[in-house]
Design a protein around this ligand. Structure first.
Ligand code: FES
Length: 410
């Protein structure tokens, strides 16, 4: 053995012996520390305190400002409700959402909305949510009618997986947004500008009409001041386009290639299902690794009948669900084309829920008997859950009578 290798071996042996020796001291040292410790219980626990601040179960907010963005879109500025236990807002990652808890005609429902402001704004004391009024969305109509400055709003803490992670993602972000799917990208853009995220954003933003474009001036301004960090390209599907520099049509491979180097970018997609269907086919043409395309789940499926493998023969049916919750049992009706979660909410039985897209697992329940249709895109269950018949009511549709056990919302 060479002298150099001998020395290396000596160092290794010595440090291994040191480790072993330290290990034998572990227990006695711990005992000594316990003996020396005060018998007074800890009044403050900084770690638990931090965890509570970052992941509060509930946040009590009040509307501080309402801004019209487009004819069908408003931005609500939310601050902590001074009459509540919420003294500061939870910090978050750009792309996170909060789940609103709203009492609507005696029924409590939840809806996830991406936070459109930046994490630094949360430290200053506000979140912004930009909400589009949906033609058939009963909650958004309620929000339009009722939400004014001073209205109190309850939400979850920030949640979700749709965020830039420097250890995983390339620093060139290509955002592909449709309609109100632009909201998480506004948060990302602001965070890039204020230095929270070290990345660049090229945003391909699809809208059907010029009037539907959200944050038009704001993004143009950001692009003008920070041209090396933010770039936005509007892609309009309408026939008449008057704005300069807009693309017409849809977000195709050709448009992506024109503005981005796909091979050195990470893609983030957020928008309506129809846009995912189209864009994902276009992105397939680049043969990118799976990890380079990130999708926002973005709430419940709007039209389950549009899913090719949904059993159409049950579409008109109303089934019965036997619910077990704690020691209570109840029968409720459930429409085949509505998720089990909606049936539970209609019956005022609200299991915990946040994402409403099968992703977070908060509504996880046990299917005791019967069959549900689970949209494969929203099936985020663990293998163990699949094996033992657990399911997510927000992403499951009754296709027979059911018997289920649901958790309580504590
Ligand atoms: S609410 Fe998130 S999985 Fe059902």
């Amino acid at each position: 053995m060479s002298k150099e290798n001998e020395e290396k071996l000596n160092v290794t042996v010595k440090s291994n012996t040191k480790d072993l020796f330290a290990f034998t001291k572990l227990l006695p040292n711990r005992k000594k520390r316990i003996e020396r410790a005060s018998s007074e219980p800890l009044r403050e626990d900084p770690i638990t305190d931090l965890a509570r601040k970052l992941h509060p179960k509930r946040q009590f907010l009040v509307i501080d400002e309402v801004k019209e963005e487009t004819k069908s879109t408003r931005t609500f500025k939310l601050v902590p409700d001074p009459d509540s236990e919420t003294k500061e807002l939870a910090y978050f990652r750009p792309g996170h959402y909060i789940s609103l808890k709203v009492d609507l005609e005696g029924v409590r429902i939840t809806r996830p909305y991406s936070i459109a402001s930046s994490p630094k704004d949360a430290l200053k004391g506000f979140y912004e949510l930009t909400i589009r009024k949906e033609e058939n969305g009963f909650l958004t109509h309620f929000i339009w009618d009722k939400w004014k400055v001073g209205t109190k709003v309850e939400s979850s803490g920030p949640e979700g997986f749709f965020y830039f992670e420097g250890l995983r993602d390339l620093t060139q972000i290509v955002g592909i947004a449709g309609g109100s799917g632009i909201t998480p990208f506004r948060s990302m853009a602001k965070a890039i500008i204020d230095g929270t995220i070290d990345a660049k954003l090229t945003l391909l933003y699809g809208s059907s009409e010029e009037d539907d474009i959200i944050y038009y001036d704001e993004f143009k301004e950001m692009e003008k001041i920070y041209p090396s960090k933010i770039k936005i390209i509007h892609v309009l599907s309408c026939d008449v386009v008057t704005q300069e520099g807009c693309e017409k049509g849809f977000i195709t491979k050709e448009i992506i290639e024109k503005y981005c180097d796909a091979n050195s970018s990470t893609f983030f997609i957020c928008g309506p299902q129809i846009m995912y269907n189209f864009v994902e086919e276009e992105l397939k043409k680049f043969n990118l690794p799976v990890k380079r395309i990130r999708r926002e789940a973005f709430g419940e499926v709007k039209d389950i009948l549009a899913h090719p493998d949904f059993p159409k023969e049950v579409a008109e049916k109303v089934f019965k669900i036997k619910i077990h919750i704690g020691d209570m049992t109840k029968d409720i009706p459930a429409i085949a084309t509505e998720s089990v979660l909606i049936a539970l909410e209609r019956a005022n039985l609200n299991p915990p829920s946040k994402c409403r897209s099968g992703e977070c697992g908060f509504c996880r329940s046990l299917l005791i008997d019967g069959k549900v249709y689970i949209n494969p895109v929203s099936d985020w269950r663990k293998a163990g859950d699949k094996k033992f018949n657990y399911f997510h009511p927000c992403a499951s549709y009754p296709i027979t009578n059911l018997e289920i056990n649901i958790p309580r919302d504590l």
